[in-house]
Ligand binder design. Structure first.
Ligand SMILES: Nc1ncnc2c1ncn2[C@@H]1O[C@H](COP(=O)(O)OP(=O)(O)O)[C@@H](O)[C@H]1O
Ligand SMILES: O=C(CO)[C@@H](O)[C@H](O)COP(=O)(O)O
Length: 496
């Protein structure tokens, strides 16, 4: 059996899987989040470990006697975990949605020769939220902590370290650091030298890079005993949560599109070759299955929807009925949901706006619909970029928001595509378990192609399939047009 673990922003999930991709047990534990008005978003890595323990305990309790031969870890991308000479965490991890480091990101991009210079040096344009600016922020704001850095890890690398005692990284998650050349798949000495002044301090702190068929190691005996697993259990390289979501939706071949509605919203589609986007909106990340995973991410997604529901005294359980009884365009109300800045478009210092209020449309229901539409229109702009304007016929929707039938219907109506969800809704966990299966088979001499593993393990739910209603395409096109013109007027125009 295989175990997939997914450390998201709001919590950690675990999924126990058999050889044929059937789920046998699952678990979940929430994380706290440190949020400050200056844009800081942080978590203690220890919280992820505690949540992993609990989620795995719950999953294993549902299948007593399960023999887990391999596990894989999926983690929120970009977070910075720094360890000292005793391999102890130095400070809380700054996360993917931390916008406090916007000035440091601007400094770095400028020093590297602007967007074009960055593309030439590392094949990607760093955006606020990527890991590099967090290191520069530490160097400028916490020099003592910065000098103590001996090891640099991403969230899933840290969990792998806790599990195995080994320091390692892999290409998919590393490609979101902005100190990694996404074409050559190597750490970038040039970017690191911009941060440490060329002392070599940071490059020495970076671990070895693994490819998907390699493993980090096996479980530390004390961790194995605590989790109720065998110390021979193999830990695969794992990856960023989007890379694992890609594997878990069979997005390991060209032509598949996955849209995730989690704390962030993301859209991505596997490619055999890397792409270069000089605007930085499309990130040419490496996938964790070989190849690349061009991705667009917006920072404001289900958290905005949940907060709006709370403000009007409703819960997630009310979301479907609110969407069903309101109309596309929320009667003219437009919500630009940049509550903690935004990554796409690149507006890390922005704050949100609600426009078009009138005495007729100002209702709690329209407010909720406008929040959902604002989040959706943001990610659909990303979809246009990923597919270069081509229209998809089918989209895989995953993440907590994809549980909502009416939100999926909205996606279908607005895009003209069929929205399908995988039979296993925790696609990040599934992808991590599938990658564990792949790596285990590689190291035990029974290799199997990841695409074949996907054919075996990724099913499509027939009940939760939403087909587009053609008569609603035009109202959504108009609402999206209003959203984009407000965005231009209120944010992008002012930026120039
Ligand atoms: N039925 C639902 N409809 C809409 N949103 C939902 C539903 N169930 C959960 N969510 C939202 O999904 C979010 C969690 O999504 P998830 O993908 O687990 O996030 P993360 O991986 O970032 O921790 C929460 O904000 C929650 O409100
Ligand atoms: O920064 C990105 C993608 O580049 C985010 O997608 C994070 O990886 C967080 O994921 P969720 O917690 O929303 O799953």
């Amino acid at each position: 059996m295989y175990l997939g673990i997914d450390c998201g922003t709001q919590g950690t999930k675990a999924l126990l899987l058999d050889e044929n991709g059937r789920p046998l047990g699952r678990g979940y534990a929430r994380h706290a989040l440190i949020e400050r008005e200056n844009g800081a978003r942080e978590q203690e890595p220890q919280w992820w470990v505690d949540a992993l323990r609990e989620a795995v305990r719950q999953a294993l309790a549902q299948a007593p006697g399960a023999k887990v031969v391999a596990l894989g870890v999926s983690g929120q991308q970009h977070g910075l975990v720094v360890l000292d000479e005793n391999r102890k965490v130095i400070r809380p991890a700054k996360l993917w949605n931390d916008t406090e480091t916007a000035p440091q990101n601007e400094t770095l991009v400028k020093a590297l020769g602007g967007n074009q210079g960055c593309l030439e040096k590392i094949g990607i344009v760093p955006l606020t939220g990527y890991t590099a600016s967090k290191l520069l922020w530490m160097q400028e704001n916490e020099p003592e902590n910065f000098n103590r850095i001996r090891h640099i890890l991403l969230p899933h690398d840290y969990l792998n370290f806790w599990l195995t005692g080994k320091l390692a990284a892999e290409y998919g998650d590393a490609s979101g650091t902005a100190f990694f050349d996404v074409r050559q798949r190597t750490w970038s000495k040039e970017v690191l030298a911009q941060i440490d002044g060329g002392t070599g301090h940071l490059i020495k702190a970076l671990p070895e890079l693994l490819s998907p068929e390699e493993i980090v190691g096996t479980l530390r005996p004390e961790v194995a005993a605590e989790l109720g697993l065998s110390p021979d259990c193999v830990v695969s390289s794992g990856g960023g949560d989007n890379m694992m979501g890609a594997i878990g939706t069979g997005n390991v071949r060209e032509g598949v599109v996955t849209l995730s509605l989690g704390t962030s919203s993301t859209v991505y589609s596997f490619r055999k070759e890397s792409i270069a986007d000089a605007t930085g909106s499309v990130a040419s990340f490496c996938s964790s299955s070989g190849g690349w995973l061009p991705l667009v991410c917006t920072m404001n997604a289900t958290n905005i929807v949940t907060q709006t529901l709370t403000v009007v005294g409703k819960t997630v359980g009310d979301l479907d009925s609110v969407l069903a009884k309101t109309l596309p365009g929320a009667d003219g109300m437009t919500f630009l949901p940049f509550l903690n800045g935004e990554r796409t478009p690149d507006l890390p210092r922005a704050r949100g706006s609600i426009v078009g209020l009138s005495s007729n449309n100002f209702t709690s229901e329209n407010l909720v619909r406008a929040a959902i539409e604002g989040v959706t229109f943001g990610v659909l702009s990303g979809l246009d970029l990923i597919l270069a304007g081509k229209e998809p016929s089918v989209i895989f929707a995953i993440g907590g928001g994809a549980r909502s039938k009416e939100w999926r219907q909205l996606l279908a109506d607005a895009t003209g595509a069929t929205i399908q969800v995988p039979m296993e809704e925790e696609a990040g966990c599934l992808g991590a378990a599938m990658q564990a299966m792949y790596a285990f088979r590689c190291v035990t001499g029974a290799p199997m192609d990841l695409a074949d593993i996907a054919d075996r393990c990724v099913g499509i739910s027939q009940e939760e399939r939403q087909t587009p209603r053609p008569d609603l395409r035009e109202p959504y096109r108009l609402a999206m047009e209003t959203y984009r013109s407000e965005l231009e007027e209120l944010y992008l125009h002012k930026k120039q």
